[in-house]
Write a protein that binds this ligand. Structure first.
Ligand code: SF4
Length: 242
């Protein structure tokens, strides 16, 4: 994926890590649309550095060469790619996709006009552009907890969480390891009015997910929150690019 920028979208293109779901169909694996057929556009770059991040190729340049693991793609090329599939749902993920939200606006507008619907997977540290708060666009906002190893002032941006909460177009998904962390979620929920809440076990293997799900399930149910999974990890032997 080391195509020179000039030949693959130019400096105005989006910085993309991978696109998948057309040649090898797959599902949205997490959140409110878990289990729905979906296409994925994974954008490169992130403003956070979560310890357990499973897409470090989008930002950890101590391990990865950005020229080898990302490329620029034009809005037109991404549009053509997504329209080559009949699947309606396009998930724009990362990394942190809203780093590039200005350049995403024409892509989102084009995909909506073509009958697609969009879900953003975001860490909730960028205030969404009002242009993106339209029918057909949803945000799966995943504020990071202390278990991420990221300082609170970097991972919690009140203005962004308040904007998502007020939008009525966001669900709030928390990567969770322990029952004790539900109190931390509750504090954020109360402070910023976050609703609905989805708790998702942290883990990159089916065994880890099942173990943590069983740790969390009763306590999540008792709070009347949603419990979600990482379906791609459970469903596919190699979940990369699925
Ligand atoms: Fe990884 Fe998401 Fe954390 Fe960024 S916000 S470091 S992509 S888990």
């Amino acid at each position: 994926m080391s195509t020179p920028a000039a030949a693959a979208g130019g400096p105005t293109g989006l910085i993309v890590a991978e696109c998948f779901g057309v040649d090898q169909p797959t599902f949205q694996g997490e959140g409110p649309s878990c289990g729905c057929p979906a296409l994925f556009i994974r954008l490169s770059r992130c403003n956070l550095t979560c310890d357990w991040c499973d897409t470090k190729e989008t930002w950890d340049w101590s391990r990865y060469d950005p020229r080898a693991v990302s490329k620029r793609m034009s809005v037109a090329d991404l549009h053509t790619w997504a329209l080559s599939s009949p699947v309606e749902l396009v998930v724009v993920t990362g990394g942190e996709p809203l780093i590039q939200q200005e350049k995403l606006i024409p892509l989102v507008e084009g995909l909506l006009a073509a009958g697609k619907r969009i879900e953003f997977e975001t860490n909730g540290t960028f205030v969404p552009d009002p242009v993106l708060l339209v029918d057909g666009v949803r945000f799966n906002v995943s504020p990071k907890l202390a278990n991420s190893g990221v300082a609170e002032e970097r991972r919690i941006v009140p203005a962004a969480l308040e904007a998502f909460a007020a939008s009525g177009q966001a669900a709030f998904k928390f990567v969770t390891r322990t029952v004790a962390e539900l109190d931390e979620i509750s504090t954020l929920v109360d402070r910023y009015g976050l609703d609905p809440v989805y708790v998702m076990p942290e883990g990159t293997t089916p065994e880890a997910l099942i173990e943590t799900t069983r740790v969390l399930a009763d306590a999540v149910a008792a709070r009347r929150w949603h419990l979600t999974q990482r379906l791609h990890v459970l469903a596919f032997p190699n979940p990369r690019g699925r």
